[in-house]
Each structure stands twice: as C-alpha cells, then as structure tokens.
Ligand binder design. Structure first.
Ligand code: GDP
Ligand code: MG
Length: 370
C-alpha cells in the first residue's frame, strides 16, 4: 500500500509538519514527524488544509522507460566506453588528444576542432573505442549519483616524473566504488626524469598491483607528447573489453546518458549523448530528465550529419525543447503525449522539491526569529 511520512507530506504541500500533526491529533491520531501514514489519510489531511490532491505513482508514470531487459537473441558486441582519470597535469587532455589523432578514419580529415566531450575512434585493427572526456572527477561522481553508469573501463593516468598524487588516489577510489576495471597508463615517458618503477611501487601502496609486479592490472608506458606506447594502450583496452564481453541490443528504442548539454544561439539546445543500447535516429521522440524533443538532427563527433547512432556511440542531438542536464538518462518514447506525461511529471517533482526546500528554509528562519 502507498504510504508517506508526515515530514514528506508536509514538504509536498509546503506546510509545516506541526500543522499536519495538530490536524491528525484533532482526529484522535497521535503522530510524530517521522511516522508514516497511509495514502487515504494523507489525502484527507491535504484536502483539510485546502490542497487539491492528484495521486500518481512514480512507477506508473515512468513504467517501462528504462531497464526493460534486452532480448538475448538481439544482443551484439558493442565498443567499450573508456574514461581517462588522474591527477591534474598528468596528461589526461593530452592523452585524449593524442589518441584521437590515431583514429584511422577521422585522422586524415585533418584538424579536429570540435570539442564535444566524447569521441569514438577506429584503431588500426579496425576495432572501435569510445572515449569520454568527463570534465573532472566531480562530474563522474555526479553521473554515478544519478545512476548513470557510462564507463566500462577507467584509464588511470600517472605522470612518470611525478608519481601517485592526491587526485590519483581519488580516481582509484572512484573507479573501485563504481566497480569499473582500471588500466594504468604511465605517461610522460619521454621525460628525462621519468621513473615508472616508482609509479608501480606507489600504486602498490594503494592496492593496485600491475602486471610487472605480479598483479593483474594492465599497465602501459606511454607518452602523449611523442605518441610512444599509444597503440599498445589501445590494444590493451580492447583486450580488457574482450574480457568484459560487452553487448547491447542495437535494434530497440535508444537509451543512454546525456554527457553534456548547452544552449546554442543558432541551433537551440544541443546535447551530447552516449547511446548505451538501441538505435537513435532523426525523428525519434526523446526524453531526458525533465526535457523532451523530437530529434531534428544527429551529428557525429567530427561534425558530420549522421542517420543513426547505435550502442556506445557519442552523438550530438539537436531538437530538444529545453536543455537537459549532464548525467540525465535519456530514452526514446513512442509518442509526444508520452514524452509530455513523463517530463511534466518530472518538472512537477522538481518544483515540489524546490518548494519543499524553500519551506524548510522558511521554517528554520522563523524558528531563529522566535
Ligand atoms: P591534464 O590536467 O591531466 O589534462 O594534463 P594536460 O594534458 O593538460 O597536460 C599537462 C601538461 O603536461 C601540459 O603542459 C602537457 O603538454 C604536458 N604533457 C602531457 N603529456 C605529456 C607527455 O607525455 N610528455 C611530456 N613531456 N609532457 C606532457
Ligand atoms: Mg585536462
């Protein structure tokens, strides 16, 4: 049966919990603020306080939106999605740039000017890998907090001339908490004072045992500056991916996560999304957080218009009516009416939460002024 705590009910109505308790007391029920009451009682209380009640269960509104299991016979291998983490200045951005230049498909197209927060390369062996440029550990954590699991493998980059530093340790604990396998890239090997052995020993102190130390964490000595070791690193990532046996249904309605989104003057809201299952196509009706739209155009990581985006592909989506948030999960739905239902519900929940926060603040201010 549906229930709600007195505190929650008061918050939703932007009323004081004490008034709810008083009202219940008049009806002969003694409650404290943390008590739970049933939906019918809650409705009576709300109406008594002059509110209109509409009972909708979140489960009904969001039913079937995410996590419908894929059909086993539809599953196909998908490229790994990789995130690079590590201490500031150890070469995350340089590595991402250097890896992008190894792309055998886009490489010849010349200078890559666009930054869209994610890209996919084709390695010399013909395999594909998607790289996500999370703007820092905070973003990674925020996405995780929203239940968005976007990355299959973390590359921990450690500068060979600097060793394990505070954000290296932080990155290790993020990857561990997320349960994502890690591969170590010892960067800046071109530097005269590079000391990869020191890096290995320091990693061991944080329970990361690399292969050359008898462990099973893959390690690669690289230089983003000279390109040394990058091919081996990419092959290592593919090896790690093979172990993970990554698969998705490429046929169903697309689902995935918003990597970043902004309002563009000319083009309106532009969202970079990572498709995680299914096929995203122009014309699809897409919902992300409290926003929706009809996909007007899909743009690849090299700025070209594309006709579809499948599992592990990062694409820019034009056509949202508003700008979703980074970390929002997206899904394609069957109709505009359905999209409206979902986003209106979410917008209402968002408003209610804001109102509840405001009323809590008002309450405490009033308390202070007593
Ligand atoms: P991030 O903060 O981790 O993104 O690090 P950056 O990619 O911005 O690199 C920080 C500095 O290290 C820049 O000045 C880079 O040019 C330099 N750098 C990055 N990788 C290498 C490398 O492999 N060798 C050398 N010598 N310098 C590098
Ligand atoms: Mg950087």
């Amino acid at each position: 049966p549906e229930t709600i705590t007195i505190q929650d009910l008061a918050n939703r109505m932007a009323e004081r919990a004490v008034d709810v308790i008083k009202l219940l007391m008049k009806q002969g029920q003694i409650h404290k603020i943390t008590d739970t009451i049933d939906a019918d009682t809650a409705q009576l209380v709300a109406e008594e306080l002059g509110h209109t009640v509409r009972r909708v269960a979140e489960a009904d509104v969001l039913e079937g939106l995410f996590d419908e299991p894929d059909l086993e016979e539809h599953l196909e291998p998908r490229p790994p999605v990789v995130t690079i983490m590590g201490h500031v200045d150890h070469g995350k951005t340089s590595l991402l740039d250097a890896i992008r230049k190894t792309d055998v498909v886009a490489g010849e197209a010349g200078g890559i000017t666009q930054h869209i927060g994610a890209y996919q390369i084709t390695t010399p062996s013909g395999a594909k890998i998607t790289f996500i440029d999370t703007p820092g550990h905070a973003a990674f954590t925020a996405m995780r907090a929203r239940g968005a699991k976007i990355t299959d493998i973390v590359v921990l980059v450690v500068a060979a001339d600097d060793g394990v530093m505070p954000q290296t340790v932080e990155a290790i604990s993020h990857a561990k908490a997320a349960g994502v396998p890690m591969v170590v890239a010892i960067n800046k090997m071109d530097k005269p004072d590079a000391n990869p052995q020191r890096v290995r020993t320091e990693l061991l102190q944080h329970n990361i045992q690399v292969e050359s130390m008898g462990g099973d964490t893959l390690e690669f000595e690289v230089s983003a500056l000279t390109g040394q070791g990058l091919d081996t690193l990419l092959e290592g990532l593919l090896l790690q991916a093979e172990v993970l046996d990554l698969k998705a249904d490429p046929l169903r309605n697309a689902e995935g996560t918003v990597i970043e989104a902004k309002l563009d003057r000319g083009r309106g809201p532009v969202a970079t999304v990572l498709v995680q299952r299914g096929l995203l196509e122009p014309g699809d009706i897409i919902v992300a957080g409290a926003e929706w739209g009809r996909v007007r155009a899909l743009i690849s990581d090299t700025g070209e218009m594309i006709e579809e985006a499948g599992p592990s592909y990062p694409a820019q989506v034009l056509g949202f009516n508003g700008t979703p948030d980074a970390g929002d999960r997206f899904a394609v739905v069957e109709s505009e009416a359905r999209a409206r239902e979902i986003t209106e519900y979410r917008a209402r929940v968002k408003r209610e939460r804001a109102a509840a926060r405001a009323s809590v603040n008002r309450g405490s201010l009033a308390d202070m002024m007593r």
